[in-house]
Ligand binder design. Sequence first.
Ligand SMILES: *[C@@H]1O[C@H](CO)[C@@H](O)[C@H](O)[C@H]1NC(C)=O
Ligand SMILES: *[C@@H]1O[C@H](CO)[C@@H](O)[C@H](O)[C@H]1NC(C)=O
Ligand SMILES: *[C@@H]1O[C@H](CO)[C@@H](O)[C@H](O)[C@H]1NC(C)=O
Ligand SMILES: *[C@@H]1O[C@H](CO)[C@@H](O)[C@H](O)[C@H]1NC(C)=O
Ligand SMILES: *[C@@H]1O[C@H](CO)[C@@H](O)[C@H](O)[C@H]1NC(C)=O
Ligand SMILES: *[C@@H]1O[C@H](CO)[C@@H](O)[C@H](O)[C@H]1NC(C)=O
Ligand SMILES: *[C@@H]1O[C@H](CO)[C@@H](O)[C@H](O)[C@H]1NC(C)=O
Length: 359
Amino acid sequence: MRIFARFFLSLIVFTSFVICIVFTISSLFFPTIIQYDEINDENCFNMPPRHYIHPVYLGSGPPIQSTPRPLYNPRRVKTSARLDCHLQNKTLIIVNSHANHTKYREMQRENFGPAWLNENNAVMYFIVGTDIDVDIDDEIKTYEDIIQVDINENYHNITYKAIFWINEINKCRHGPKLLLKIDDDVHIDMIGLQFLIKRYSVMDDFMACRVISNGQVVRNNTSKWYLSKKDYKFPNLGTYCQGMVYFISGNLLPILHGNIEKSQFLWMDDWYVTRSLVGDYKISYYSLEQHSISPNTVREVYSSLMAIKTRKWRTIFAHFRPPQKFPMYRRRKIWANITEINNSCNILRKARINFVSAY
Ligand SMILES: *[C@@H]1O[C@H](CO)[C@@H](O)[C@H](O)[C@H]1NC(C)=O
Ligand SMILES: *[C@@H]1O[C@H](CO)[C@@H](O)[C@H](O)[C@H]1NC(C)=O
Ligand SMILES: *[C@@H]1O[C@H](CO)[C@@H](O)[C@H](O)[C@H]1NC(C)=O
Ligand SMILES: *[C@@H]1O[C@H](CO)[C@@H](O)[C@H](O)[C@H]1NC(C)=O
Ligand SMILES: *[C@@H]1O[C@H](CO)[C@@H](O)[C@H](O)[C@H]1NC(C)=O
Ligand SMILES: *[C@@H]1O[C@H](CO)[C@@H](O)[C@H](O)[C@H]1NC(C)=O
Ligand SMILES: *[C@@H]1O[C@H](CO)[C@@H](O)[C@H](O)[C@H]1NC(C)=O
């Protein structure tokens, strides 16, 4: 007996030793792989109860101006997809994408596969601009899910994509019951999204998103978010939706369309759609803050993962900033990749976030 006990003891010691060595070495060579398996399963299923109401904000802010006006009239590139007007009672998913983001579109096509779309009575389109250096003609032909507009890709031009899809929907006899606008680089928990669609496809007069309730204007001209007084004259932006994910009830789409002629243009497309075009119409903004994370730095990735443990509801949308936002890893083009994580649970369940190069 004693010999067995001794044998097992040495086996345990040996195994721990090996594990220890492996972990040390791997953490030396792969310092970017976050091991975070302690999130328990009960954190995965923390979907809000059926009748849970997300926190509500009412629209407020400075009066909407009528200038500046848009400079271009966006048109569809003829070879690209046309919006199919069979939208009645459906959820229309608009994925804002950059012409060059073929990899991200692959990721979203996996999310929004035919079976999922069918089950959820949804349709999905990418909306992209043009870039003379990027040829996506083959992709456009193959998938028939890309609407391309003749506007140069530039983050100051994204609002024109929004103007385009709002115009296109308005040409249809029946618009969708619910609209979801999402950026191509957002990771989505599809079960959670299904829950939100069920919840929100029976309601009117609302937007649901991460609500910015008193958005401050950045007047520092070195900032990416700088707005000149000409762009926007007031010091605050009022209530609007952050652009990474927002739902709009279908009944608002004609109202937004009607306001294109009356409301000021701003290159910040999220503010433009969810504040400027809303105008005086009374809507509720439901907060999806509890379902979203968008860390800017590696440190924030860690703290987001910690926060998931204590937050109340399931994380459904995760947005990882592109490499330039991770200065310490810039040269290696580190990209957060959570595609390995099983979508049927919390997207961050195992939170085994791999920073691997995507581009
Ligand atoms: C949409 O829903 C309405 C009311 O529920 C129903 O009358 C109509 O037939 C539906 N239309 C389609 C195309 O599903
Ligand atoms: C598009 O992406 C490719 C790599 O995926 C890169 O080499 C190229 O420079 C990008 N082009 C533009 C115009 O951003
Ligand atoms: C926006 O798109 C228009 C039309 O394609 C183009 O002329 C303009 O240069 C673009 N703006 C920026 C800032 O790239
Ligand atoms: C503007 O931002 C830069 C860095 O982005 C900062 O160094 C500078 O102090 C800021 N200027 C003002 C007036 O806040
Ligand atoms: C930014 O603002 C500073 C101070 O207001 C000004 O001196 C500078 O010319 C501006 N730079 C640009 C690029 O507009
Ligand atoms: C994801 O998890 C579900 C159960 O939670 C399981 O049925 C499914 O096979 C898993 N999928 C993958 C790709 O691991
Ligand atoms: C993410 O990781 C998985 C598995 O490691 C890999 O198959 C996939 O290509 C990666 N995705 C991207 C966008 O790099």
